[in-house]
Ligand binder design. Structure first.
Ligand SMILES: *Cc1c(COP(=O)(O)O)cnc(C)c1O
Length: 410
């Protein structure tokens, strides 16, 4: 029994009779750029996201770029983001000539730590003292809703208001997740989504989306993806070519109908993992390993070598308005290499999201960060391990995953 990290073929089998005619319809129309399937999907996804406006674009990376362009991020501006994320979050900032500011994460949720953002904006703390920026040039915060769970948006929005900053939500992993009842992407100024095939709502190629409730930003986002022109050939802005492909839109319209059902199934599977890890006596409370300063940094980590830390729904359960959609089911494990090897030997897929914290990436070395400037993120990059989670995984398969990890740790 091999267990892939994600089984997209199993999902395809369940929707093939719907998705193939939908693609066929676009082929018959020979209308591949913008057009009816795009407009239709944008309307559906705006409703789903409970957002005033939704504009398709070519990828999640472009969604971030378009969002930063819409709020006029300029060379020399600073944009705050967590270093424990996919590269695109920082790449978009850098591409506009702006400077990413890496602020550490919370050890339990893996999301941006608002307290550390505040500390930085007051001109205090390790990161401020490392880079000594002109704080007037800090323009925006990009919280990332990692693994399917919304970041601590209330304090982040409060800070943004206090310091006059825009908030761009990187919701690439979190479509349909909620925070205090509000959909991911719908709390800040602009929400950015990715439909990369392995995301919870995945296209059959690259695709992305921006959402907003701000009419002015909407008007700008709408045309920035069309080289900034409306009507055609009359350019109000210097935009980019980043449209949602018509075939992808047709695929996404079919899949969107099933998204809540799939996300619920992922939640169910995550709870099965939690129970299995607890039953095997493998769990350690996440609060016990990291104080918020990671004072153990550079010393022996407090995490036990024969235990794992399972995900915590820090945004609360659905009955309290929170909703984790488990884009990834990510544990922490100290002896990660041994566990990785054991899983591989049994034919079980797993992945490290992410092995290098962005403040330690070679391409950002000129920014001058040291590992200890974002110790929690650095530690997470050494310990995080994502396990197979998708609607079609069976309880037997999950049992095998947990048993394999138990054996590796004992
Ligand atoms: C996937 C992802 C992106 C980028 O999306 P693409 O569609 O692959 O360009 C950005 N941010 C995060 C957190 C992601 O997971």
């Amino acid at each position: 029994m091999t267990i892939p990290l994600l089984d997209l073929k199993a999902q395809y089998e369940t929707i093939r009779t719907e998705v193939e005619p939908a693609i066929q319809k676009v082929l018959e129309s020979q209308h591949f750029i913008m057009g009816a399937s795009v407009t239709e999907f944008e309307r559906e996804v705006a409703t789903y996201c409970e957002s005033g406006f939704a504009f398709g674009c070519a990828s999640g990376s472009d969604a971030l770029l378009l969002a930063l362009m819409a709020i006029d991020i300029k060379p020399g501006d600073y944009v705050i983001l967590p270093p424990f994320t996919f590269f695109a979050t920082a790449g978009a900032v850098h591409r506009l000539g702006a400077i990413p500011v890496f602020i550490d994460i919370d050890p339990v949720s893996f999301n941006l730590d608002p307290e550390k953002v505040k500390e930085f904006l007051r001109g205090e703390g390790r990161v401020y003292n490392r880079i000594k920026p002109d704080l007037n040039k800090v323009k925006a915060i990009i919280p990332v809703h990692l693994y399917g769970q919304v970041a601590e948006m209330n304090p982040i929005m409060e800070i943004a208001r206090e310091f006059g900053l825009y908030v761009i939500e990187d919701a690439a992993q979190s479509i349909g997740s909620r925070y205090q009842g509000v959909q991911a992407g719908n709390i800040g100024d602009i929400g950015c989504f990715s439909f990369f095939p392995s995301k919870n709502l995945g296209a059959y190629g690259d695709a992305g989306l921006v959402t907003t409730n701000n009419e002015e930003l909407a008007q700008k986002l709408d045309i920035l993806r069309l080289h900034g022109a409306r009507p055609k050939y009359y350019h109000k802005y210097v935009g980019v070519n980043s449209r949602l492909d018509a075939i992808q839109a047709a695929v996404l319209s079919v899949k969107l109908k099933y998204l809540d059902q799939w996300s619920q199934a992922r939640r169910d599977k995550a709870l099965v993992y939690n129970a299995l890890f607890n039953d095997h006596g493998l769990t350690q409370d996440s609060k016990s390993i990291c104080d918020n300063d990671c004072s153990s940094f550079g010393e022996e980590c407090k995490m036990s070598s024969d235990k794992v830390v399972i995900p915590v729904e820090s945004s609360g359960e659905p009955k309290n308005g929170g909703k984790h959609i488990y884009h990834q089911y990510t544990i922490r494990v100290k002896e990660r290499n041994e566990v990785l090897e054991a899983l591989k030997k049994e034919g079980i897929g797993s992945a490290i999201y992410y092995p290098v914290s962005l403040h330690m990436q070679e391409c950002f070395s000129s920014l001058g960060y040291k590992a200890e400037d974002c110790p929690i993120s650095y530690c997470a990059s050494q310990q995080a391990l994502s396990l197979p989670v998708y609607p079609e995984i069976t309880e037997d398969q999950q049992e095998k995953v947990v048993k394999t990890i138990a054996k590796a740790l004992h």
